[in-house]
Design a protein around this ligand. Structure first.
Ligand code: NDP
Ligand code: 7N6
Length: 308
């Protein structure tokens, strides 16, 4: 079947102003229209969306504007024979730079200086607290688009970078690769443990009590993947009890992070509101991906980033 129409589901508004998004699809060869939950679909329709909806299973092809598609029921897409594509490949710089922001701040203390600036306080850190990330080891867990972008940036800043992935495909800037079953060997000497894996049954609770015990007590966790990859209660206990030094977190078990979360009160934890991917160009990056796949769909080629 040919595609006749691209529908843009209103849930994209979670991350992109609707008007900018619709305008960006000027370059797509089929008409684009913004829709709410009342729309019905058939096999000649494509849908670009942030959130999943059961009725999308009647469309011909569904594009998720996120890299993480853990909220989509891929088995249902396979069973219905509907193509699902995700947005991996566009988040290297955005999420990568946020991860480096966290790491540089945790080493050079940007977060603590701003805390004290808010109090008009000329605070000076204890002598032994500041360090340089240069010559420290980062362990990057999950070496796809984002993990590789972080690894090359860490390497460029003089860090020793090791990584964890299932395949043994080498990654630029990574000096040693570990299989997931050797996670403890990979993290035990790292100053930063950086999470960039998808949320799957295998990665849920990847960092918990045992891993925090295996880590250095001056190590920091950076999570830009998904909240459930870290056992949040264990992380809070590990920081409070000085089993590890702190964390930079863009993602949480519950989002928005609840007002009563102990994480808010920890000096050495930096919290960002799941905006690692934020950029004023997001609509353009997504439109490029979708335009490419409309071309492929219309000419019967294999879709880029097909995940179901
Ligand atoms: P990719 O698919 O490019 O990379 C994921 C990598 O993880 C793969 O290279 C894979 O390598 C590895 N991996 C998968 N399972 C495991 C495992 N069990 N143990 C170790 N490594 C594993 O995805 P992206 O880099 O684009 O995104 C990664 C995740 O980051 C997304 O799934 C999403 O949840 C999150 N994300 C968060 C954002 C934010 O705003 N904070 C923005 C975008 C994404 P291999 O096959 O060799 O194991
Ligand atoms: C903003 C979502 C992803 O998986 O969660 C992130 O891509 C970013 C579009």
């Amino acid at each position: 079947t040919e595609l006749d129409q691209l529908y843009i589901h209103e849930s994209v508004e979670n991350v992109i102003p609707q008007d900018a998004f619709v305008d960006a699809f000027d370059e797509v060869s089929i008409p684009a229209e913004l829709v709410g939950d009342d729309r019905e679909y058939d096999a000649s329709d494509a849908v670009a969306t942030y959130a999943p909806r059961p009725e999308f299973l009647n469309a011909g092809w569904v594009h998720c504007i996120r890299a993480g598609y853990d909220e989509f029921d891929t088995d249902a897409y396979d069973a219905a024979g509907v193509a699902l594509t995700n947005s991996s490949g566009i988040h290297g710089s955005t999420v990568g730079e946020l991860a480096l922001t966290f790491m540089l701040s945790l080493a050079r203390l940007g977060h603590r200086y701003r805390d004290h600036q808010n109090e008009r306080s000329w605070w000076e850190p204890p002598y032994d607290r500041p360090f340089t990330i240069e010559n420290e080891r980062a362990c990057v867990v999950g070496l796809g688009t984002i993990g590789e972008a972080i690894a090359t940036r860490c390497d460029a800043l003089g860090m020793d970078v090791v990584g964890v992935r299932r395949s043994d495909e080498p990654v630029p800037g990574v000096s040693e690769l570990f299989d997931p079953d050797r996670l403890h060997d990979a993290i035990e000497n790292a100053r930063f443990v950086v999470l960039t894996v998808p949320h799957t049954p295998e990665t849920e609770g990847l960092l918990s009590d045992e891993e925090f015990a295996a880590m250095r007590d001056d190590a920091f966790v950076i999570n830009v993947a998904r909240g459930p990859v870290v056992d949040e209660e264990s992380l809070i206990a590990a920081v409070k009890n000085d089993r590890i030094a702190g964390a930079g977190l863009d993602v949480f078990e519950t989002e928005p992070l609840p007002d009563d979360s102990p994480l808010w009160d920890l000096d050495e934890v930096i919290i960002s509101p799941h905006k690692g991917s934020a950029t004023n160009r997001y609509h353009l990056d997504i439109a490029d991906l979708v335009a490419e796949n409309v071309r492929r769909y219309q000419s019967g080629d294999i879709l880029k980033n097909r995940v179901a």
